[in-house]
Design a protein around this ligand. Sequence first.
Ligand code: GDP
Length: 454
Amino acid sequence: MDDTIVSIATALGVGAISIIRVSGKDSISIVNKIFKGCNLENVPSHTIHYGHIINNSEIIDEVLVSIMKSPKTYTVEDVVEINCHGGIATTNKVLELLIQNGCRIAEPGEFTKRAFLNGRIDLVEAEAVSDLINSETELERKVAINGINGNLSNLIKELREKIIKIISNIEVNIDYPEYLDIYEVTIDDIKNNVPIIKEELKKIIDDYENTHILYQGINVAIVGRPNVGKSSLLNKLLDNEKAIVTNIPGTTRDIVEGTIIIDGIKINLIDTAGIRETEDIVEKIGVNKSIEAMNNANLILMVLNNNEELTEEDKELIKKCSKPTIFIINKNDLETKLNIEDFFDNIDKNNIISINTVDNKEIDKVKNKIKELFHFDKILNSDFTYITNLRQINEIKKSYNLLLELEKELDDNNELDMLEIDLKEIWNTLGLIIGESYEEELLDNLFKNFCVGK
Ligand code: GDP
């Protein structure tokens, strides 16, 4: 972390302004070498200065330079931000000059990594920065900003504090075994605190189970035999022409994917080739993919044609629907020939809807049914204070399971040194969430997903 890093912080392209960010102990002196205006080495922290970027005596750009001195900066190091005129040539030229004068190009997420390594933010907050930048929906944004505000981190720190106090008591017991009353107090302490910690973790796990769909989206497989209107339905949902619509059976041979956002929640749509037994090799690949899509789906949209009688093929397909399914009777603008009464005896009638893909309004029936089945109202009203990502929730679940084991241990055997080992493991696992302990590999993986310049 000795070197001074530089990166373009804004998206590279034509725009009014580009920001180039420099961080490290030499950032002010390096920028000063290519800046014509005041002497940046003598200005107070958190001030902005007008001047020019020069290459020898040639003027490259007219700029505003912000000077932010350590420690009150994003990375805790000296940071300089150059606001230059947007445009690829100018921005790249300023970047090139900074490199020639001693900066190194930053790796993705390196500014945030430095903020973490310098102790300004913890791992949960660092991940939340990335989540915030990548958030596509209003809900993802809300969750990310909660992470940056440190809600989860503070809770984890509090729980670790409780554990470390118990561990210190155990140490006292081990050092002074003659005081029996300390032993009693310590055992009681563990028995009182374990349920409290367990309950807090359980709440986070439950919140995650209810809302993790925010992150991955709901995978929806659209299935049905050829020509029932799957591609038309997908197109209506996507509101574009991604899938090929034709009336020759079997032409949607591959899986087409697209994502829509309903009330801030992502719906990943997968159109499948008509699932049916077939000798055609190309189509067979599509069929296998369709079955795979059904297996990976959280929801199946099983499309049937209102204008044809139910076929054996339809019945076979319906049997393959092993996930929550909405039965869509399509083409309700045409004469009804489908008699579903007998076959649908065992199916919740509430999950059958009749639509057509000609009238734009009909598609709302599908969207509303998805919202109802996945309890959007409940998700939207959830408490997002402690929502976590997959990495964090895995550590939380591990800690929770360790607490369950510790509880058993408490019933069977009250050897303090054994209990101490368990408590230390829980304390460490909780520490992994906020990055109190970490492996270099974890950091590399985590920060490489950041954009350059953050
Ligand atoms: P897929 O093979 O299941 O993907 O079916 P397509 O979406 O390719 O549709 C097959 C044919 O049915 C096309 O000619 C569509 O225009 C037509 N079609 C689809 N939906 C409807 C509908 O709701 N009403 C009518 N009348 N025709 C439809």
